[in-house]
Ligand binder design. Structure first.
Ligand SMILES: [Zn+2]
Length: 151
């Protein structure tokens, strides 16, 4: 398998960890970065895993969902009340879990089929890293070997 890595940096959005006992429960923002590791078994005519110049569909979808959004967990009990207080003040995006780890899993779930679809199945997502700043990040690399789906 050959891999390449594409980083989308400085994506501003807010979130809150509603179950957190500390200050992470307050709405706050970061300049997030998403790093995608793509894989393939056959490179394209240019010798690339994926042509970064042809990845606009990923960037566009990231911007549509996350740019200047307030990201809430789907089970956040205050999200509706917060948003309904001043609806015009929020671009809302909901995910199962809005931690770095939760965002990794969420990104993997929709970017993997998206990139497979755009490359006729030639390219797949190997893993995702999410950084909320230069100090804190998480990564999700599914253990496909254990699941028996690696080739
Ligand atoms: Zn945070």
């Amino acid at each position: 398998m050959m891999t390449c890595r594409k980083v989308y940096a400085d994506i501003p959005f807010a979130h809150r960890q509603h179950q957190h006992a500390g200050h992470c429960a307050f709405i706050h923002g970061h300049n997030w970065s998403f790093a995608f590791t793509f894989g393939c078994h056959e490179r394209d005519a240019n010798g690339f895993v994926i042509d970064f110049g042809q990845c606009r569909f990923i960037r566009d979808e990231i911007e549509r969902r996350f740019d200047h959004a307030c990201v809430f967990a789907t089970d956040d009990p205050l999200a509706d009340a917060i948003v309904q207080s001043v609806p015009a003040a929020f671009k809302v995006y909901r995910v199962p879990n809005c931690s770095c780890e939760g965002l990794c899993a969420h990104l993997f779930a929709w970017v993997d089929p998206l990139v497979r679809d755009h490359t006729q199945g030639r390219v797949f997502l190997v893993g995702v890293e999410v950084s909320e700043d230069q100090r804190n990040s998480a990564a999700y690399f599914p253990d496909t070997a254990r699941a028996g789906t690696a080739s």
